[in-house]
Each structure stands twice: as C-alpha cells, then as structure tokens.
Design a protein around this ligand. Sequence first.
Ligand SMILES: C[S@@+](CC[C@H](N)C(=O)[O-])C[C@H]1O[C@@H](n2cnc3c(N)ncnc32)[C@H](O)[C@@H]1O
Length: 518
Amino acid sequence: MKTAPESSRLFRTLLEGLETKRLIVQREFEAQKTIEERRKLGQFSTPPELAREIVSFALKNFDLENKIRFFDPAFGTGVFYSALLALTKPENITLATALEIDPVLAKAAANLWHDFNITIVKADFTQSDPIDKYNLIICNPPYVRHHLIDPDQKNLIRQRTKLISGINFSGLAFLYCHFLSQSIQWMDEGALAGWLIPSEFMEVNYGKALKEFLLTKTDLFRIHRFDMAKLQFKDALVTSALVWFRKSPLKSKSLEFSFGNSLNFPSVIIKINKVDLLNQDKWNHLSDSQSPKNEKNLSAPKLKDYFQVKRGIATGANDFFILEETRIHQLGLPLEFFRPILPSLRFLKTLEIEADEFGHTILPKPLFLLDCHLNEDEIKKNYPTLFRYLESGRLKVANRYLCRSRKCWYFQEQRQVPLFVCSYMGRPTNKNKSAFRFILNNSKAIVSNSYLALYPNKNLAQSLERKPELKSFILASLNDLPLENIQKLGRVYGGGLNKIEPRELLNLSLPFLKNIDS
Ligand SMILES: C[S@@+](CC[C@H](N)C(=O)[O-])C[C@H]1O[C@@H](n2cnc3c(N)ncnc32)[C@H](O)[C@@H]1O
C-alpha cells in the first residue's frame, strides 16, 4: 500500500505529464487553424505561468473550509483546471465542470482529463442553462469582436444576457461581456470569479454596460491591469486585465485597482470608492492617479484652454488626390488647384516644417492635395488636363463611400492651416521614445487624418504674435511631456500601439503654459 506522501508524489508526476501533453495538444490544435479561424471563436490560450498566477490569487481569496466547486465556461484544453490541480490538493475539489463549444477541443480535453473528476460538455455557454451552481469560476472567455458574431445569434445572446443579468449590452459589445454577465446564474451566493479579459472595457463605450454590471450586480473587489508593454498573449493583440468579483447581495464600498508587474505583486495598488467610479468615464488609468507627477498636474492648464483640436481631413483616396509636385508638372495640372499637405509622419525627419515664400513646405518631396471646387463643366471647358485627370479617377475613386457621399465627389473638406500637428497613432520605438510627435508647421500645409491638427485660440494666437519665439518653446515642451501623460488619455493597444482622439488630447495637462500670459 502506498503512503500518503508517496501517492501525492505520484499524483504530481502524473499531473506534470498531463500538463506537458496538454500543451502539445493545444499547440497542435492551433497549428491546424489560421489566425482568422481562431479569432472567430476567440481561441487564444492562456500561458500556463499566467494561469498559475491567476489560480494562486484565487486560492488566496478562497475559503478552503468550503470545498471547491469549479467551473470554466470556455475551457479550451483546460489550462486553469490544470493549474488548480497543481496548486491545491485534489480532495479540495468536490465538483468540476467545463463547457467548450469547439467539438475538436471538447473531445481533446475530454480525452486528456478522462481520469479526473471533471465533466467536460461540448456546448455554447451563451445559450446554456446552469448544470449546477459553483463557488469558483476562473475563465479566459472568447474575446470575439461584435462584427464576427452572426447578427441573429448576437440578438439572441443579447436577449439572454438581459434576461439573466438585467444588463442591456449594445450590439457593439464583444462576446466576453456576455460571458461575464451570464456567468452570474452559474454562481452560488458568495462564489468567487476571476476573469481574464481585454482591459479596453474600462475605456470604450461598449464597456459601460459591463462596468455597470460589475458595480451593481456583483461585489467587485479587484481589477488588475497588466503592463501593456508586456503582452499576455503572443498571438492576440490585446492588453489584459483581471477582474475579480464575488456574487453577493452585500457590496463593499471600495475596490482595489492594481497595475503592472504581477497580479500577486503589482507595481501599483490603490483603493477607490465605488461611488467615485460611477462618475469616472475611464477606469484604465486610475491606478496611475496617485503618482506625484499627476497630482502636480491637477491644477495645470489643459490643452483645451489654449487650442482647438481637429482630426486631419479624410481625402477619400490619398493615392489619387495627393500628388508630388513633380507629378503635377508632368501631368500639366494647374497648381492653383492644389494646396500643400504634409506627408505622413514617418517621412518627416524634423520637428519643424519650413516654408518657401508661397507657404509651400520645404521638404525633399513636397506633396499637394487636389482641392478644386469648380464644377465639372467649368473644369472641362477651361482646364482640360485637370478634367482628364479627374476622368481617370471616375471609375476607381468617385464611387468610394466617402467620395460618393460628397456634394461633388472630388470636393475636399475645407480646413484652416494648423500651427501644430501631432500624430494620431503611434508606437514608441528605440529611436523615438514617445509614440506621439508634435510638429510645428510654419507652412500653409494642412494634414490628412493620420494627424491631429492644433489651432491656437485667440489669446494664445495674440501671445504668439507678440512673442513668436514661444512657438519653439511650446513645441519643445509638448515633445518633452512624458508619454504616459498622453497615454492615459487615449487608448493603448497590445504591442504598444497608441491612439488619441481630438477630444482626448484636449484634456492633456500643459504645466509649462501656466505662466504664459505673463
Ligand atoms: C480565450 S480561449 C480560452 C481557452 C482556455 N480556457 C485558456 O485559457 O487557455 C476561449 C475558449 O472558449 C471557446 N469558446 C468560444 N465560444 C464559446 C462559447 N460560446 N461557449 C463555450 N466555449 C466557447 C473557444 O473555443 C476557446 O477554446
């Protein structure tokens, strides 16, 4: 007969072997599918180290007096179950159930875990009624974007979510929102749930309903946001958050937000009152808000105190409407119908755009936007070369959505010349530490929608007229701002791609402008 330590050792060895096998099965499964196929069902598995970190946090917050009744509604090959078996004694788990929609995965998982006390059901979680009630749910749900879900199925899912949770999600909600909200009916009173989901729910519109669910229907107690520089999933471009809540009629007044490093040892952790959260549109950067840098900036003027910000124009077809000067000459087109426009930021080597006496950019390859507001008859009669050029675009360009919706397909939106411009999207590189670059525009060039255009308000314009040297000061100071000051206003995608909308940039603190009037 085996002694207890002996059988425990045997069990660990068996488990290690199984985990190795599980990883092979997972890898083989992924190798057989294209990324597009995997996206349709959100098939991106959790790295085993992360799964262990999550399960170990769960166990710290779980009272083992109550035996574990475990449920994973998006099982895959069972990374969380494997971590759970590795981190607690098997006798602590009295019940385990898993759902998986993919028949291949469900079968592979059932084979893998055949000798264990877990029921694996091939089923669609969003359409399933609870088989039992559980006190521990750990899940990495499918992130599937709304447009990849069949519209009829999406309606069904939304109706069910509303019925189960009382929350009305917009049609734009990703599938994971429904998973989270529907899971409440599978939970015992007091049950603990940990969900690994994209952190963007904290800042995008469709996430509002999920935040409402978490605040009003659960006892949310912790949100950990992973550092975006360290992607959790190598093959899916998302930054992740872990959301922890209990099902309880009693709601604690505050919750913890943490950021960076690891879930169990975060770089920052702060407590926030839930009532304060109700008035916060974006939760993503709450854990940053305690840093002295930000406190100092609270009373600093904002960009909106000095500038108007607009996205650059959408031409409808840059290839057709934006031409190099040499090409305009080659085609014999009249330069009077072109206005200077900046090339995209990657072609700009300087922070300041110089101009010639006509206001044209002094750049190796100056670009011009075709900007003619004459009607076609007039053009045909007086500018035959331009007419021929327009004719050459009639088939390919005139029918594009944006061109089609204009009064006349080649009429461009009219814009003032911006004094400063800034990239709309960017990624920090070794050479350029900031994802966003501000450029001072001394030319008459406008910009396309890969830029944001900054227009000084009347007061600032007057100050700049009196003291033109302020322009360089503002330029240098804007480019010196720490990247995270801009990042926390906008959005950051996995892989470090940053994006900022005009209304978001307006809230940028500009401490260096505090005494500009004097
Ligand atoms: C993000 S993966 C997570 C897999 C595994 N739990 C892990 O963490 O590695 C999501 C899993 O959910 C499955 N899935 C997608 N839609 C589902 C649905 N409606 N019901 C149940 N499972 C679903 C996918 O096939 C995939 O295996």
